[in-house]
Design a protein around this ligand. Structure first.
Ligand code: C5P
Length: 235
């Protein structure tokens, strides 16, 4: 069953909290990315957990293995259910993250799922610096590695989910770049509708602006959830 994650990409903690309160009981997950985390810090993650949300910390770690391992431990200690790191950090960096999770004490506040970013959904073909491959091919190549390196899943476009799920059984796909039919793509380039992403096998859909900028974020989230449910019935 695919799950909806609302990306709280807003410039004020008070706005994020009001949005989260409005989405309580509708969306199961909230995502805190670099903008909000930089402003509000770990205390905000706790507020989300207190409201009953599962927390996705999207800081896309990319550093030397030791630093990333320590950052993963720090994230677990403040209570995070899922976090991201870049697959392009390579085998040793991803293994350090995996080892950090496996080494957590049983009483740790959380054991985050580790998701590797393949190719950002804002990249169109030809835009990745120094990489000639097509984004879909490169994402698949990284997804195969991610599974070998012990990650729980990958972040990819919905357009790549079907081929990744077919080629790498057991690896979960988290898909941003989700746009309801007729809405603006904004800076995203490899987009898909909620229904199409669910049909392609996505496990998590991350949606920001189509919900945040809607006249009623709750209604927008409900519409997306209904679309996901319908697509799930047909999967
Ligand atoms: O507003 P929008 O729905 O485009 O937001 C998508 C969210 O997903 C943003 O928070 C962005 O940081 C995140 N994301 C992404 N592409 C990735 C990984 C994360 O758009 N590959």
């Amino acid at each position: 069953m695919a799950e909806l994650i609302v990306a709280l990409d807003v410039p004020r903690q008070s706005t994020a909290l009001a949005l989260a309160r409005g989405l309580q009981g509708t969306a199961p997950w909230c995502k805190v990315g670099m903008e909000l985390f930089t402003l509000a810090g770990p205390a905000f993650l706790e507020k989300l957990r207190d409201l009953g949300f599962k927390v996705f910390l999207d800081l896309k770690f990319y550093d030397i293995p030791h630093t990333v391992g320590q950052a993963v431990k720090a994230a677990a200690s403040v209570g995070v259910d899922l976090l991201t790191l870049h697959c392009q950090g390579g085998q040793r960096m991803c293994a350090a993250a995996r080892d950090a999770v496996e080494g957590l004490a049983a009483d740790s506040p959380s054991r985050p799922l580790l998701f590797g970013v393949t190719v950002l959904t804002s990249f169109a073909p030809g835009e990745m610096p120094g990489i000639e491959s097509d984004p879909a091919d490169f994402a698949l190549q990284l997804a195969r590695q991610a599974k070998n390196w012990g990650l729980d899943g990958v972040v990819c476009s919905g357009q790549e989910a079907a081929s990744i799920k077919a080629a790498v059984p057991g690896l979960r796909c988290l898909c941003p770049g989700i746009r309801p039919a007729g809405s603006s793509g904004d800076d995203q380039r490899r987009v898909m509708t909620p229904a199409a992403a669910v049909a392609a096998g996505a496990d998590f859909l991350v949606v920001g602006r189509p919900i945040l900028e809607a006249p009623s974020p709750q209604d927008a989230a409900r519409r997306i959830l209904n679309e996901m449910d319908d697509a799930q019935q047909q999967r």
